[in-house]
Design a protein around this ligand. Structure first.
Ligand code: IMP
Length: 179
């Protein structure tokens, strides 16, 4: 992979923050008076979750879970594994999974199945990005930031081979550049 790949802006920082605050407003209403845990899926959701949770005024718990479904490339392998587990129990609590992007849906289907066995009161999903054209296994999405077309995106937490997570905007990379 080249080091000097061109990244074009898809969603600017201001639009991201406006949308995150709209999602936070809905979540604030929906979780009023409920005991809930926000579960961020590492590593891609770390910036989204940190902005989102600060816009929600309720007491809540935050935990993270590491999942890997991709190698160093851009195609889903379909094989999902937990690389680091939750540190707090979720039994009898409402769980809000916070994900960076839903592509094939394989990762979240695996995660929902796994977390369901731990007897939470409910599981809802909040994803910043959703690429509907790539879905293999549909996922019930409760909160969606942006539906995007089938482009490989980086920034605001998302990476290409562990780079570009630190961009403040969401950009896309032309397919030739990621081969
Ligand atoms: P899925 O299992 O195919 O839905 O993939 C979900 C995971 O794939 C996400 O949490 C990301 O880590 C990764 N992913 C999918 N599409 C992209 C992308 O365009 N850029 C960066 N990561 C992606």
């Amino acid at each position: 992979m080249r080091q000097d790949i061109k990244i074009s802006v898809l969603i600017e920082r201001d639009r991201i923050m406006k949308r995150v605050s709209e999602l936070a407003e809905r979540i604030t209403k929906d979780y009023q008076g409920l005991d809930f845990v926000m579960v961020g899926v590492l590593k891609g959701s770390f910036l989204f979750l940190s902005d989102l949770c600060r816009m929600i005024p309720h007491a809540m718990s935050v935990d993270f879970l590491g999942l890997s479904s991709y190698g160093a490339g851009t195609e889903s392998t379909g094989v999902v594994k937990i690389t680091s587990d939750l540190t707090i129990p979720i039994a009898d609590r409402h769980v809000l999974i916070v994900e960076d992007i839903v592509d094939t849906g394989l990762t979240l289907n695996y995660l929902i199945e796994n977390l369901s066995t731990r007897m939470p009161k409910s599981i809802r999903i909040c994803t910043l990005l959703y690429k509907p054209s790539n879905i293999i296994k549909p996922v019930p999405l409760d909160y969606v930031g942006f539906e995007i077309e089938n482009k490989f995106v980086v920034g605001y937490g998302l990476d290409l081979a562990e780079k570009h997570r630190n961009l403040s905007y969401i950009g896309y990379i032309e397919p030739e550049a990621v081969k």
